[in-house]
Design a protein around this ligand. Structure first.
Ligand code: 13P
Length: 256
């Protein structure tokens, strides 16, 4: 099965709404329309930028998908500071990152919370990008697969095969995020293949074939082509390099 590549720019807590508008407009000049016929691109700005970016994308008819970095699982209520998945859906958000390692490590998100969020995002018709990944200590202790596959199993618990087929999994080794260190393409491929096997074990062949798996961690124009050529890597979740429209546009055009 050919899976449509998905390149996502996670801006993290960078770019205010003025800067965000400029960045998306610049990106639209740099990415040829033909590229977007074969590659999905999502932009994940901070919450305060989302409405502005929605307006730009829709009024100028850009073929970028709007994304968010996080949300709560409840629809509404006494959750000071949180954002409802219903509010994101109302802004035509398509993809929502869930369980990013920074959310897990800094803000204490657990696999169970990730599981509830995945369900809530899908209940509102959006696509979760569910992150997983190991620390350097876990990698050195030979625990990469047990950590990552455990996150996958708990994160996907209770989802139907169709729901799993339509979501995105992002493998982001924590030691490679923002460090300039990238997993070798062989290492990244091996973990992404293990994730797909796990999905096969939890569901069936067709579901494992359909689910898209991204790699994230110091992806740049210089390594995107090699990473994207791996058979189980269907996309990239890009942090730092997505803040620079020139660099991100090159990543999006990884196969030209
Ligand atoms: P960097 O590309 O800056 O390493 O960040 C990766 C990441 O965390 C994307 O979600």
């Amino acid at each position: 099965m050919t899976r449509r590549p998905l390149i996502s720019g996670n801006w993290k807590m960078n770019l205010n709404h003025y800067e965000a508008i400029q960045t998306v407009q610049k990106l639209s000049y740099l990415v040829p329309k033909e590229t977007l016929e074969t590659v999905d691109v999502s932009i994940h700005p901070p919450f305060t930028d989302i409405r502005s970016i929605q307006t730009v994308i829709e009024s100028e008819d850009f073929d970028f998908h709007l994304g968010a970095q996080h949300c709560h699982w409840e629809e509404s209520g006494a959750f000071t500071g949180e954002v409802s998945p219903a509010f994101l859906a109302k802004l035509n958000v398509v993809y929502v990152i869930v369980g990013h390692s920074e959310r897990r490590e800094i803000f204490g998100e657990t696999d169970e919370m990730v599981n509830r969020k995945v369900a809530a995002i899908q209940a509102h018709g959006m696509v979760p990008i569910m992150c997983c990944g190991e620390t350097l200590a876990e990698r050195e202790a030979g625990e990469t697969e047990s950590k990552v596959l455990g996150q996958i199993e708990t994160g996907l618990a209770g989802r139907t095969n169709d729901q799993i087929a339509s979501l995105v999994i992002a493998y982001e080794p924590i030691w490679a995020i923002g460090t300039g260190k990238t997993a070798t393409s062989d290492d990244a491929q091996a973990v992404c293949a293990a994730i797909r096997s796990k999905v096969r074990e939890l569901t069936d062949e067709a579901t494992a074939d359909a689910v898209r798996i991204q790699y994230g961690g110091s992806v740049k124009a210089a390594n995107a082509t090699e990473l994207m050529s791996q058979s189980d890597i269907d996309g990239a979740l890009v942090g730092g390099a997505s803040l620079d429209p020139d660099e991100f546009a090159k990543i999006v055009q990884f196969d030209t």
